[in-house]
Design a protein around this ligand. Structure first.
Ligand code: NDP
Length: 296
């Protein structure tokens, strides 16, 4: 029986520490007459969740003293026109980082869009050049969510070396890069990693072996207490809007982990909200700061 007691991997707190640090650096840079980082975000259409995410990113830029530009485009925009917008940002010397809020309308290819971003401004870390460098352990922009999770593990000094990590989900933006980072030969890596997906047979058996579970499948409260080993570290990436008439917004946010039952069993757990979400934004800010530094 695990007896040490569960602790919260508080993403809000850890993200605040990172933001405070960036804010100081930016203020100092401004005093020295250096350039302030500038993030340009493109939002196509009016998807409610995307609006919320972009607004949070723009607000975070303001908080730390970055410049930000939000470009809103109609969801009827052609792929060609969107690629032209990106090319303009690529050649704008004042723009350090470019973010295209996903998902995009169905008639636009994510791949074309991502490939058009200048890798030097790819602060979301989705460009194949960034992904390739990450896989090789070279300095690069790492996708904000997995990078944020690594920063969270670092903040709380979670011992990962030699641990068995099970990553549930293999998307290009979360699960796959997460599996690479946790298995990399670096601080807060060196795990033995199992990556699971919708074709995994007996997911529960893998989860029960895990010292660390990263749940990134997008199915609310999917990971339940019977799937978790006593004392495991749980990172819940999922954010799903579930209808809730008692809320003003009409919904509440649910993670991929059944928090109430899982929390008492584990050593560390991220809440939803307040766990991975704020860390994703902090990681994006760090990438944007790096982009500005590299260029100037
Ligand atoms: P995707 O839908 O792109 O990927 C989901 C992955 O989960 C796929 O690899 C899929 O497998 C796998 N999966 C689905 N069902 C099961 C199942 N029953 N058992 C095992 N694996 C399964 O989602 P994302 O990676 O983009 O996002 C995952 C979640 O994280 C979402 O809730 C999203 O909203 C959230 N998110 C949160 C962020 C944050 O800042 N906190 C940032 C980004 C995402 P297969 O490949 O076989 O289809």
């Amino acid at each position: 029986m695990y007896v040490c007691g569960m602790q919260i991997l508080d993403g809000k707190k850890a993200a605040q520490t990172i933001k405070d640090h960036l804010k100081l650096n930016v203020a100092q840079a401004a005093i020295e007459g250096k350039k302030v980082p500038h993030l340009a975000a493109i939002l196509v259409g009016t998807n409610g969740a995307s609006e919320t995410y972009v607004a949070a990113k723009v607000k975070a830029c303001e908080e730390v003293g970055f410049k930000s530009t939000l470009i809103r485009l109609e969801d009827t925009i052609s792929e060609m026109k969107l690629l032209e917008e990106i090319s303009e940002l690529n050649s704008d010397p004042d723009v350090d980082g470019i973010l295209i809020q996903l998902p995009l309308p169905k008639h636009i290819s994510d791949e074309e869009v991502i490939n058009t971003i200048d890798p030097d401004k790819d602060v979301d870390g989705f460009h194949p050049a960034s992904v390739g460098r990450m896989v090789q352990g070279l300095p690069t922009y790492i996708a904000a969510t997995p990078y944020g999770i690594m920063l969270l593990l670092e903040h709380y000094k979670i011992d990962t070396k030699g641990k068995h990590a099970v990553v549930v989900g293999r998307s290009n933006i979360v699960g796959r890069p997460m599996s690479v980072l946790l298995s990399s030969n670096s601080n807060y890596g060196n795990c033995t990693v199992t990556i699971c997906h919708s074709h995994t047979k007996d997911l529960k058996a893998f989860c029960l072996q895990a010292d660390i579970i990263v749940a990134a499948l997008g199915k609310p409260e999917f990971v339940t207490a019977d799937m978790v080993k006593e004392g495991a570290v749980i990172v819940d990436v999922g954010i799903t809007r579930v209808a809730d008439a008692t809320k003003k917004s009409g919904f509440k946010l649910k993670g991929d982990v059944h928090y109430e039952s899982v929390a008492p069993k584990c050593s560390w757990i991220t809440p939803v909200p307040g766990g991975v979400g704020p860390m994703t934004i902090a990681a994006l800010l760090k990438n944007t700061y790096r982009a500005c530094q590299m260029k100037n």
